[in-house]
Design a protein around this ligand. Structure first.
Ligand SMILES: [Zn+2]
Length: 96
């Protein structure tokens, strides 16, 4: 789970061992795959238990493009999407 992004620093809470791990995301970038017509996912490995956390870089870039209303998703999921959008703006060349 993505906990926060402040500047170049991102904190992920491991789904497996609950450890909080920090990653520098200033150099993170994803490339577009013409074959799948979407951007790569971003993966982060927990240094403690080696569980891989995967973030989908292909959700709508603007929350106004989402086809659900507030309340349709659990609040935790809405917060996750907010952070994933921040990450997309860092990592996707077309959004930076
Ligand atoms: Zn872990």
């Amino acid at each position: 789970m993505l906990k926060e992004i402040i500047g170049d620093n991102m904190v992920v809470v491991c789904n497996n061992c609950q450890a909080e791990n920090s990653y520098n995301v200033s150099e993170k970038t994803v490339s577009f795959s013409p074959e799948f017509n979407e951007f790569e996912n971003l993966n982060f490995e927990c240094p403690g238990c080696h569980t891989i956390e995967i973030f989908n870089m292909n959700i709508p870039a603007n929350d106004t493009d989402e086809n659900f209303m507030s309340g349709d998703l659990p609040i935790g999921e809405e917060i996750q999407r907010y952070y994933v959008r921040l990450l997309m703006r860092i990592a996707r060349p077309d959004l930076t």
